[in-house]
Each structure stands twice: as structure tokens, then as C-alpha cells.
Design a protein around this ligand. Structure first.
Ligand code: ZN
Length: 321
């Protein structure tokens, strides 16, 4: 993985994966590539570009290897992908990704319903993937994150015990992940819970092994949660351009936190993400054109930037476009 000493917070764009896998429309490969290029051009350093799942399950991701091949040509971009199992990891590694992320649902009911696997079966996949990674030459090994999904509550089980999250974080590390992340898959998290869980997990696995949270804005708490995570020392935040994907449980609500709104908040606070907000806002045109039937979300894009933004006292002084 690449280090970014010149920025304060790393925004990891997950729209091409989390967003696109939850919309009905299939985005053409060229449009995905144009999106990734434009967003990297706006200064985004890490993009989760695809999910390596069987195309018959998710036709939206059938071009995963092609999209990765394109993204790898972009200098300075960390190319990440989601993998559900060993087979997916093999394909992602063959495609050449820099980072893979494997979800482990803390709710075992959710895990069985979605991946048809118990916790122990998922951990077995993790062990096999870790072994595969270790067999590669050192400079070709991707980063390997275990993503604790439904960490803040589950639509099937309801509340998720915090000690279960901690226990599974430890199990993921023991099985061979380099780091763990906390995912609010269902949009249940609140800032107090987020702070508590970050501290508990870090006390178990080590501070430097939990640097990323994945938040949804289902109930409008996305940015409040992001701020709570930052104040706990989290340095990587997942978000999605236009918050695309929606949420099947809350019609009209956006899915992931909206990258544009997150960048606006951080920028206005003087926290450097390395992203040019004016250029980022323009990337929406590519996505909207390729997905005419989908809604894009975001308060900042709707309201526009404040008067005088980027000229002293407002944000980091990025040039007006
Ligand atoms: Zn998500």
C-alpha cells in the first residue's frame, strides 16, 4: 500500500464497487474507466474499483479485471477491490490489485444469508488467501483488509454485541489480515457507538491495525459518524461519489456517505485530503450520464459552494474552476 505523508485524511472512493453493485443499471466499462480517471484526476488517491464476484450473481461487476487493468495505469492511485472468498482473491490478485478487502459479517445470520458461510468458514477463506499472499514475492503482495460488516447492527439480528466485533477483529488478524476495518453496512451507527467500538477494537488488535471505517448515510448520521471517527484518529474514510447505490431499507436515503459532502466538510475545516472539490463536482456529470435512471445525492452539489470559497477563510484555498 502507498503512504500519503502529504495529506491528513485518505478518502477511499467506493462508488464503482459499493455504489454500482447496488444499482440495477449496469454501467458500461468505458464509463467506469472514465469515472475512475476523472476522480483520480481530482486528487482521489484510493478507489475500490470492483468486486470479484461471479458475473451471474452481479452482472454489474463482470468487467472487474478490465476495470482494474485500466485503473492500474493511473499513476499514484491505489487500486482496491472487494473479494467475497478465495476464488475472488485469486482473480483480484491475478488482475494486479494493490489491496483486497474481504467482508466478514459480525452477524452470523447475515453472513449465512448473504455469503452462505458461517464465521468459521469465512475465516478459513481468510487463511487460504493469506497463504496465497505470502507465497507471492514481497513486492507483489497486496494489502489485505478484513472488513467487519454489520459491526453496528444488523437488519436481521438487530443489535450486534460489541465483544463479538472485538473477538472477530482478533480472529481476522490471527487468520492473516494486515488490518481490519469497521463497516456500518446497515446505516445503524451513531457517533458515540463508533468512538466506543474504535477504542475497543484498537485495544485488541493495535492502534495501527484499524485505520479505516466504512459508513453509510442511511439515517443521516454519516458525516457526524465520520467526524467522530476522525477524532478517534481514523485516517481513511470510505465514501461514494453522489452517494449512489441508495439503500433498499430506506427509500430516498443515500447509501454510502457522499464523497463531495465529506470533502467539503474536511476542506472547510482545513483538513487536507489532496482533493480538488471543483474538479470532483464535475465528475458527477460522467456518472449521471452513464446512469440516467439513478439519482445522485449530495447537499454540497445541490447547494453549490459558498460565496468566496477557496479564497481565504474558506477551505484550503483551492482554485475556483
Ligand atoms: Zn457499504
Amino acid at each position: 500500500m502507498q503512504e500519503h505523508p502529504d495529506i491528513d485524511v485518505l478518502i477511499s472512493e467506493v462508488g464503482p464497487r459499493d455504489g454500482l453493485q447496488s444499482v440495477k443499471s449496469v454501467m458500461p466499462t468505458e464509463a467506469k474507466c472514465a469515472w475512475i480517471t476523472a476522480e483520480a484526476g481530482a486528487g482521489v488517491r484510493e478507489i475500490e474499483v470492483a468486486s470479484f464476484v461471479p458475473p451471474k450473481l452481479l452482472p454489474q461487476m463482470a468487467d472487474a479485471a478490465e476495470v482494474v487493468a485500466h485503473a492500474l495505469k493511473i499513476k499514484g492511485l491505489t487500486v482496491a477491490a472487494l473479494v467475497p472468498n478465495f476464488k475472488g482473491a485469486e482473480n483480484a490478485i491475478r488482475a494486479g490489485v494493490h489491496k483486497i478487502s474481504l467482508p466478514l459479517s459480525v452477524s452470523e445470520t447475515h453472513s449465512k444469508a448473504n455469503l452462505r458461510k458461517t464465521h468459521e468458514q469465512v475465516l478459513d477463506e481468510v487463511r487460504r488467501i493469506a497463504e496465497l499472499i505470502r507465497s507471492l514475492p514481497e513486492d507483489q503482495r497486496p494489502g489485505f483488509e478484513g472488513a467487519l460488516s454489520t459491526a453496528f447492527g444488523c437488519t436481521l439480528e438487530g443489535p450486534v454485541p460489541e465483544d463479538k466485533v472485538v473477538q472477530l477483529a482478533a480472529a481476522l488478524m490471527e487468520a492473516g489480515c494486515n488490518e481490519v476495518g469497521l463497516s456500518d453496512t446497515t446505516g445503524y451507527a451513531n457517533p458515540a457507538q463508533l468512538r466506543r467500538l474504535i477504542r475497543l477494537v484498537r485495544a485488541e488488535v493495535g492502534e495501527d491495525r484499524l485505520s479505516n471505517v466504512h459508513l453509510h448515510n442511511t439515517r443521516g448520521l454519516g458525516l457526524a459518524n465520520a467526524l467522530a471517527a476522525l477524532e478517534e484518529g481514523i485516517t481513511t474514510l470510505d465514501s461514494s461519489l453522489g452517494g449512489i447505490g441508495g439503500c433498499p431499507f430506506a427509500p430516498g436515503a443515500s447509501g454510502n456517505i457522499v464523497t463531495e459532502d465529506l470533502v467539503f466538510m474536511l476542506d472547510a475545516m482545513g483538513i487536507n485530503t489532496g482533493i480538488n472539490l471543483n474538479r470532483l463536482l464535475k465528475v458527477r456529470e460522467i456518472v449521471q450520464e452513464a446512469l440516467p435512471a439513478e439519482s445522485l445525492y449530495g447537499f454540497t452539489p445541490d447547494a453549490g459552494l459558498p460565496r468566496g470559497y477557496g479564497r481565504g477563510g474558506w477551505g484550503l484555498g483551492q482554485e475556483a474552476a
